[in-house]
Design a protein around this ligand. Sequence first.
Ligand SMILES: *Cc1c(COP(=O)(O)O)cnc(C)c1O
Length: 345
Amino acid sequence: MTAIYLRSMIDFRSDTVTLPTPAMLAFMQEAPIGDDVFGEDPSINALEAKTAGLFGMEAGLFCPSGTMTNQLAIKTHTQAGDEVICEELSHIYQYEGGGIASNSGCSVKLLQGNRGRITAGQVLAAINPEDVHKPISKLVSLENTCNRGGGACYNFSEIEAIQKVAKSNGLGLHLDGARIFNAIVHKKEDPQQYGKVFDSISICLSKGLGAPVGSVLIGAAPFIKKARRWRKVFGGGMRQAGSLAAAGIYALDNHIDRLKEDHTKALEIKNALLKKDFVKEIFEVETNIVIAHIEGKYNAPELVKALKEKNILAIAMAPALIRFVLHLDITDDMLANTIATIDKL
Ligand SMILES: *Cc1c(COP(=O)(O)O)cnc(C)c1O
């Protein structure tokens, strides 16, 4: 098994690229398993209850991906012809293959936010009046941290204000919390705050938490019961998947506090980049994502190529934007090596 730990590249492309640690693998191998479609996988049941409990919500649903947990949430909150309100850069709109339309038959009202974050005032203005011409506004979906916003976090007071607007207008509130623990650690928040204001939360285990696969959707018990039915319809009813759930349990127990280290390392990458003439601007680094505006000696794809020649992988998100994502497989040595390489560019 050790061979899989021998990495030849320093991989900043995404926090999805982590491999299970030896301790996580050992925990996975010991996990009790059973047929989850019959509700008999002890590890999946434990993960679902644990995740829901952390946030003070009633029930959870383990899924193979964050796309599935988000899409199931949208499907369960809406009916065909309804409208979903979200920010224009949000993952549910940009990166889920048009699933809002094809899975749920819903239209989308896109808002232009600040690095992925929208305000209560924008949400209020986006809610359609009762009018036969208009789709029925049914759901508001927020993302925290905001991926395309460079890991930006909401201020919790704004989330509370959005919740008031959603609730008083009869709309549901969903959180795409792919990186919610990065936000919670950065802002020193309590997951229970989130459970109180959202009707549903999607949490990725396979991002910064370092599990190989999986996301959990949490919410009230009747909501999750409906979502469980849709998961089967979507083909997401897994059987003896408890070893994967065990990786999630291990990650929740061991990999939350350490996210701080990723945030500190992200700042070090930012500081190294800021010394370079070809770096015009860097989004404020709050969590584990660094997005830099590149111009001059390199454009973003050229910089990605130059780094790759030094065994460092990053992503060009646009001709002038490069992204580095920190995660638990980036060691101190890898960081030092990367900073030394950037210094010489
Ligand atoms: C990664 C991610 C997801 C889920 O992606 P999957 O690859 O389907 O697990 C959802 N939302 C955001 C913001 C993400 O970054």
